[in-house]
Design a protein around this ligand. Structure first.
Ligand SMILES: [Zn+2]
Ligand SMILES: [Zn+2]
Length: 363
């Protein structure tokens, strides 16, 4: 009997081991190149769980993020809006605590955050890198901000064009926060929305640009493509650690991947373009033309419109591919400069990045 029990236990142990070994999961990565001196991290700084008005249990957010190739997430349930509180008591730190194990096992950096949620004006704000989210649960709004900042929070204004007659206006609270240097960033994109005015304020007031999902429902996506992906922030960090992510956010080293566009400061868009697009030396030079391969290492279908005298009028470099391009050249042995506008690399509202592709001459 004892022996049977022992074999039974052994059997269970082996069964467990086999399960662990077989528990392999496979994901697709989000491929944006690193920039010189920085690692490109895919980040989503705005998401909800059942602990506010979301509809998933916290660890699911880490599984979704891993499956989609996201490196960094912030859990930011609403402080003031607790629609499930009759079923689930208000516990502002609990979603973070419940996510730590799942995030660690998947090598996802997890940020403790909260969404400060007031009617517009002033609207909603995310506080990241909190130590105690529950400390923000109190009525006086400026006191809430003070407590967040006291904990070392990075604060950004969420979905600035959202809801109410005063929506999309830079109000007194924003001014007060800005003057105290308590406002560090702004969501220029949230889910399916792009806020052009917010993009302008980010440039004018030197606020860090972020773009996030603000996801409430389960995320059924398995893979991100140029046509269908999370709205997210690319952060250029010195390494993959939370202090490095925070440093990069405070320094404004971000781009936003929104629909089939990259949006951000030229300072970061240009190196991203340069790291993404590689023009290979011509493999064939004929009378009046050269043949070149152009690689696109990014997830964006890069759209180019000619502004100079050489090259096709329009070029689309599909994400993650190599294009074969024939370029007319009076003298195919000479270097050729192709002047273009990268129309889906936005450096300011309605303003795209200008680029030059250089085709080397014959040695
Ligand atoms: Zn919100
Ligand atoms: Zn939200």
């Amino acid at each position: 009997m004892l022996r049977l029990l022992r074999y039974g236990m052994m059997g269970l142990w082996w069964f467990g081991l086999v399960l662990a070994v077989q528990a392999q999961e496979v994901r697709q990565e989000i491929r944006f190149p690193d920039l010189p001196g920085y690692r490109t991290l895919v980040c989503d700084f705005h998401m909800h769980t059942v602990f506010s008005d979301g509809s998933v249990w916290p660890p699911i957010r880490a599984k979704e993020a891993w499956r989609q190739g996201v490196h960094v997430i912030a859990i930011t349930d609403h402080i003031e809006y607790q629609p499930h509180k009759d079923d689930l008591p208000t516990k502002h730190n609990r979603p973070y605590e419940l996510l730590t194990g799942e995030s660690a096992s998947r090598d996802i950096l997890l940020i403790r955050g909260a969404e400060i949620t007031r009617d517009t004006p002033p609207g909603h704000f995310n506080a990241l890198f909190l130590k105690d989210a529950a400390a923000l649960d109190q009525p006086d709004l400026m006191e809430v901000f003070r407590r967040a900042i006291e904990q070392g929070a990075f604060l950004f204004w969420n979905h600035p064009g959202w809801q109410g007659p005063e929506k999309g206006k830079w109000g007194d609270v924003q001014t007060a926060l800005y003057e105290k240097k308590w406002l560090h960033g702004i969501e220029i994109c949230n889910g399916e929305s792009y806020y052009e005015e917010a993009h302008g304020w980010a440039l004018e007031k030197n606020l860090t640009m972020v773009g996030n999902t603000d996801i409430h429902e389960p995320d059924l996506k398995k893979q991100n493509t140029a046509a269908d992906h999370r709205t997210c922030t690319l952060v250029f960090a010195k390494e993959k650690t939370l202090p490095a992510v925070e440093e990069a956010l405070r320094a404004g080293r971000t781009l936003v991947w929104y629909k089939d566009q990259l949006i951000g400061r030229e300072e970061w868009l240009r190196p991203m373009f340069d790291a993404s697009v590689e023009v290979l030396p011509p493999h064939l030079r004929v009378k009046n033309a050269v043949f070149v391969h152009i690689r696109n290492r990014s997830e964006v279908n890069i759209q180019l419109e000619r502004t100079g005298g050489s090259g096709p009028a329009k070029l689309v470099l599909p994400a993650g591919t190599v294009s074969l391009v024939k370029i007319g050249a009076a003298d195919p042995t000479k270097p050729i400069q192709l002047e273009y506008t990268a129309v889906n690399f936005l450096v300011a509202p309605k303003k795209a990045l200008t680029v030059t592709l250089t085709i080397p001459g014959k040695e």
